[in-house]
Design a protein around this ligand. Structure first.
Ligand code: AMP
Ligand code: MG
Length: 479
């Protein structure tokens, strides 16, 4: 099947008119293809090479519609940095319809009813970041929206400087957000909450369709999924940067990649978002922000779900799911298969030692995956060696209690400790090249992002540690 031959349906448009704004994309000037993800194409049932599809650019640019496609923007509200904003919505995203369980959405394709002061555009810089990060998150085994393709253009877009407009075609099984429920609750449109909840159950939690107390059960699923996703973020050192409730997907997947970052050196209170002056969305705060956001969702659902019961579910499920997912991954990252009563202590000691050592988080685990008792390989990438040297001595003793051989342990650890994550300094290099119309690095990054546990020896420059001046930098929110 070819991408441009797909037939879409538009189930969201069967909802009451208040849910959306029918709007046509505004095409960019002189569009060109930068990259396409054939792997994401498979989700749609597309098995032909996307970049050979002569209709691809026009469809991304909104010049041509796929069969059955009717374009629209969705409305929602949201808590932004803790404050409620009653009306947000897709200000620069335009939905095209659905196929194979995936909703297609253009990001950066012009003004909608919800654009407010914005221009409806997305710049090349942020579009490259979103495109690559969607595919990288998936490569790491973390639930996320996907990205099918990315086009650039000659359209000028004003940010801190003049930049060029770009469009990413994003895919997700749902684009409903916590904020979508908050919108209808705030408006007092309580009947719409039920309509939306039934839509969400149908779209994302179909097994609950005929369940008793289905809205409460839906909430429980959202809690479980959100806790799981955030636990996985913490395990890979991902800082989302803007965990507003309008950026929280109703099925718990990662969406809306803005000023995100992976930790370079392990620094638990790192804040990637330059505008987040109080550190509300710091790396270490993410689990508790997830909980807070779910409390806001419980409140939004309160006209159709018993609020107290929802909060009880939240307390019952959130922490325990988070803990079990996080600890399972972290012990696997450490190569510990058996259980030992001192493991918890060994683990928190490790995090403290990492912070004390000033060491790249991803590189540490990758090197630990080949650790055979010779400490120099790890200690050589620390700024301060003592804390990790002491920890490694204790780790040596702990490994004696494991039954796997060293090479068996290494093999398993290499499958859970990625070699390639999208480091900001590398992304920045790829962006600067792309701004000069050289897209080779974007495509190389796509390759390692999709298979981050592979060696890719020919692309090793993509996993080098950040130079001192760009370690754990803060990123602008402008996009
Ligand atoms: P974000 O922080 O990117 O999640 O965006 C928050 C809200 O602002 C969402 O409703 C976006 O659709 C909207 N928005 C962000 N950038 C723009 C833009 N350039 N034009 C129109 N709306 C925007
Ligand atoms: Mg958003």
């Amino acid at each position: 099947m070819k991408f441009s031959s797909l037939k879409l349906t538009t189930p969201y448009l069967e909802l009451p008119a208040l849910f959306f704004d029918r709007v046509s994309p505004t095409p960019l000037h002189k569009p060109f293809l930068i990259s396409a993800s054939n792997d994401a194409g498979k989700l749609l049932g597309v098995d032909e090479n996307l970049s050979l599809d002569e209709g691809l650019i026009d469809i991304l640019n909104g010049k041509k519609l796929l069969e059955g496609s009717e374009s629209f923007a969705m409305c929602y509200a949201g808590h932004q940095f803790g404050y409620f904003v009653p009306r947000l919505g897709d200000g620069r995203a335009i939905n095209l319809g659905k196929v194979n369980g995936q909703n297609l959405q253009l990001k950066g394709s012009g003004l909608t009813l919800y654009s407010r002061q914005g221009d409806g555009r997305a710049v090349l810089r942020s579009s490259i970041r979103e495109y690559l990060m969607s595919e990288a998150m998936h490569g790491l085994g973390i639930s996320t929206s996907r990205a099918l393709a990315l086009i650039g253009s000659d359209t000028d877009v004003a940010r801190e400087r003049w930049e060029k407009g770009a469009i990413v075609l994003r895919l997700s099984p749902t684009w409903v957000r916590f904020g979508t429920f908050e919108y209808f609750n705030a408006k007092g449109e309580h009947d719409k909450l039920e309509v939306l909840a039934d839509y969400v159950i149908n779209e994302s939690f179909a097994h609950l369709k005929n369940a008793e107390d289905r809205y409460l059960k839906m909430y429980a699923e959202i809690v479980r999924n959100t806790a799981t996703t955030i636990a996985k973020w913490q395990s890979v050192g991902f800082n989302h940067g803007v965990m507003n409730t309008d950026n929280m997907s109703i099925d718990g997947r990662t969406i809306d990649y803005g000023p995100f970052a992976f930790l370079d050196d392990y620094e638990k209170d790192y804040v990637c978002n330059h505008t987040d002056r109080d550190g509300r969305y710091s790396f270490s705060n993410q689990p508790s922000i997830g909980h807070w956001n779910l409390t806001m969702l419980a409140r939004a659902l309160s006209p159709i779900v018993n609020y107290q019961s929802a909060l009880e579910i939240l307390d019952e499920i959130y922490g325990s799911t988070y803990e079990s997912v996080y600890s399972e991954i972290m012990y696997a990252k450490m190569g510990l298969e058996s259980e030992d009563e001192n493991d918890k202590e060994l683990f928190s000691w490790m995090l403290g030692a990492l912070e004390g050592a000033t060491i790249d988080y991803t590189l540490f685990f990758r090197k630990l995956s080949r650790y055979d008792g010779d400490k120099s390989d790890i200690l050589d990438i620390c700024v301060y060696r003592t804390s990790l040297e002491e920890w490694l001595a204790s780790y040596d003793k702990r490994l004696e209690k494991e039954s796997l051989t060293t090479s068996e342990r290494h093999e398993k650890m290499l499958q859970v400790n990625p070699k390639y994550i999208l480091k900001n300094h590398i992304l920045q290099e790829a962006i600067e090249k792309a701004e000069k119309h050289n897209f080779s690095m974007v495509n190389e990054l796509l390759k390692v992002a999709q298979t981050p546990f592979g060696e890719h020896t020919e692309l090793e420059y993509l996993c080098k540690a950040a130079p001192l001046e760009s370690k754990n930098i803060k990123l602008s929110c402008s996009s």
